[in-house]
Design a protein around this ligand. Structure first.
Ligand code: NAD
Length: 285
């Protein structure tokens, strides 16, 4: 089956959804960004417009291109009345909530609508299992910040057809992204490899071997763009902790993926990182 993708909905207007909607609209897709929380939509809109203005200041975008992109982007609190060709889901990292949303989306659209998840760690096969026509479900994993990071992992679940994979790849490429194809496996490629970066840095801090500032400075001086603690604050400690927990369980409690108590405490305290103003670092100062 060949797919023509023109209308895209992005579900979840948080850290990732806003950036994904920004690139979708700028690439010329009719884009609908949805969130159950209207305040998140307002925040996303302000952030996207700010990013576009920065791009103009840097000479990376023209004023005409910004106007065209703005005209392509709409903000909605439900997708129930908005049939589209493709939905990119970027909501909370919880299997039960994603499964329910995927079934709702399937009911609101026809059976050809492609539904992809931006999940970092959950099984695409499992998300797709309860959805009518699971062959049109895949993973489309962007990286943070989604409007700047080039890489996208396109994930093939057990039921995903080649046609679906190719359609998702074509959409990502139209957005200017570089695509890596991967089979469905815990953490796919990048999060499985990168997990040890977070886990080992957290262990070093937990054991008192070195302070987080020292560890971040060391990584940054060794050539990493960001140290692990700054990066976890950017990602969101809730998301990062959920991803590590998910990989730990998916690999049958393999101790090399053991989630960290100090990160769990950050989550319990609501110190989620940049998005709440405080995480490992304090952003209110
Ligand atoms: N944060 C990262 O660096 C990162 C990177 C790659 C992938 N991801 C994945 O992307 C997804 C989203 O992560 P995030 O960091 O953007 O989360 P976030 O917490 O910043 O935003 C999630 C948004 O989803 C909304 N939401 C929750 N339930 C909803 C529903 N049923 N319908 C519509 N909106 C709903 C919330 O109101 C919130 O605005 C997760 O699956 C995460 O694993 C995150």
């Amino acid at each position: 089956m060949s797919h023509t993708i023109q209308r895209i909905a992005v579900c979840g207007a948080g850290t990732m959804g806003a950036g994904i909607a920004q690139v979708a609209a700028a690439a010329g897709f009719d884009t609908f960004l949805s969130d159950i929380n209207a305040a998140m939509l307002e925040k996303a809109k302000a952030g996207i417009y700010k990013n576009w203005n920065v791009a103009i200041e840097k000479g990376k975008m023209t004023a005409e291109a910004m106007q065209a992109a703005q005209a392509k982007l709409q903000f909605v609190t439900t997708l129930e009345q908005t049939p589209v060709d493709m939905v990119i889901e970027a909501i909370i990292e919880r299997l039960d909530i994603k499964q329910k949303l995927f079934c709702d989306i399937a009911n609101w659209n026809n059976e050809q609508t492609i539904i992809v998840s931006n999940t970092s760690s959950l099984s695409i096969t499992q998300i797709a299992a309860g959805v009518p026509h699971p062959e049109r479900v895949a993973g489309m994993h962007f990286f943070n910040p989604a409007h700047l990071m080039k890489l996208v992992e396109v994930v093939e679940g057990a039921a995903t057809t080649t046609g679906t994979v190719q359609a998702v790849k074509a959409v990502a490429e139209k957005m200017g992204k570089t695509v890596v194809l991967t089979k469905d496996a815990p953490g796919f490629i990048v999060n499985r490899v990168a997990r040890h970066f977070y886990v080992e840095n957290l262990k070093l801090a937990e054991e008192g071997v070195a302070e987080m500032r020292t560890l971040d400075a060391l990584c940054e001086n060794a050539g990493f763009k960001m140290g692990a603690f700054s990066l976890m604050d950017l990602i969101g400690n809730d998301i990062n902790f959920a991803v590590t927990s998910s990989l730990f369980n998916a690999f049958h409690q393999d101790s090399k993926f053991r989630p960290s108590r100090i990160q769990e405490q950050k989550v319990l305290a609501g110190h989620l990182g940049k998005k709440t103003g405080k995480g490992f670092y304090d952003y209110n100062k």
